[in-house]
Design a protein around this ligand. Structure first.
Ligand code: AP5
Ligand code: MG
Length: 252
């Protein structure tokens, strides 16, 4: 992770690292490459926004990227729209190419928080390959665990700012004024895929196609489980504690 001066790239170079005091070495040795995993409505976007401020690395949400493409009517957006409306996964080839391009942007070179990617074993393998070509690897996959009944409550009450994408919930996290974003005064809407039938399908897709990633990252030794049923501030504190522990263990 980068803290100032000429940024370090790739695996730690021990000869140059040992020339710095311990506090500075900590900044130079490695990127913070985080994955947020979990069912729809687990709070991945809510936590990613907070973590982005803590760690100064970009929050990359494939769902948000796809929604922008749909809004702008790009070829990718036109292709993805039908899958998203049904709550199905957009084909791996399209997603992998979109993420690969994004991870090459300057701001992602020192780390990232991925929300909603990978979502299949195929996508996870493609990410591993891309990172290993850059001399990097996933630092941690954080599973925000929430049962299906809670997902349904959260998604049924979610409202999203049309402009900035800030998340609210009519009961758990209501805006100060109904239907209006606290941050920029824009209109709050319900997402197209937060319809009850689509929510059921998204859950089915998560259990069938995405949950196998839990074993995949467990085998790599990078899986960390977070109880996502606690309130958002407690979940955030737990994630920060997990990352602090990883830093002590792995010195990144
Ligand atoms: P995407 O946008 O990624 O949706 P998702 O995974 O279904 O997750 P959500 O964004 O619905 O939930 P979240 O976990 O971010 O929860 P949030 O913080 O909003 O993907 C959408 C679609 O794009 C997919 O269905 C697919 O078609 C396509 N797609 C995207 N990525 C893809 C990929 N890699 N491959 C293929 N296709 C892909 O919180 C939810 C609500 O709960 C909010 O109202 C919030 O205020 C509230 N809340 C949050 N935390 C708490 C808490 N701790 N307690 C109480 N309430 C809380
Ligand atoms: Mg989200």
């Amino acid at each position: 992770m980068w803290c100032g001066g000429a940024p370090h790239r790739g695996p730690p170079d021990q000869s140059s690292v040992t020339a710095f005091p311990a506090s500075i070495q900590w900044c130079l040795v490695s990127e913070l490459d985080l994955i947020l995993l979990g069912p729809p409505g687990a709070g991945k976007g809510t936590q990613a926004q907070r973590l982005q401020e803590d760690f100064q690395v970009p929050f990359i949400s494939t769902g948000d990227m796809l929604r922008s493409n749909v809004k702008e009517g790009t070829d990718l957006g036109q292709h993805a729209d039908k899958y998203m409306k049904a709550g199905d996964l957009v084909p791996d080839g399209l997603i992998v190419a979109m993420v690969a391009e994004r991870l090459h942007e300057e701001d992602a070179l020192d780390g990232f928080i991925l929300d909603g990617f990978p979502r299949t074993i195929e996508q996870a393998k493609a990410l591993d390959k891309q990172l290993s070509e850059l001399g990097r690897r996933v630092t941690a996959a954080l599973l925000i665990d929430v049962p299906d009944e809670e997902v349904i409550k959260r998604l049924s009450g979610r409202r999203v700012c049309v402009k900035s994408g800030h998340n609210y919930h009519v009961d758990y996290d209501p805006p100060k004024h109904e239907g209006v974003c606290d941050q920029d005064g824009s209109r709050l809407i319900r997402r197209d895929d937060d319809d009850p039938e689509v929510i059921s399908n998204r859950l089915r897709v998560y259990h069938d196609q995405t949950s196998p990633l839990i074993d995949y990252f467990d085998e790599q030794g990078v899986m960390r489980r977070i109880d996502g049923t606690r309130d958002a501030a407690e979940v955030h504190d737990h994630i920060r504690a997990v990352i602090a522990t990883l830093r002590l263990e792995d010195n990144f």
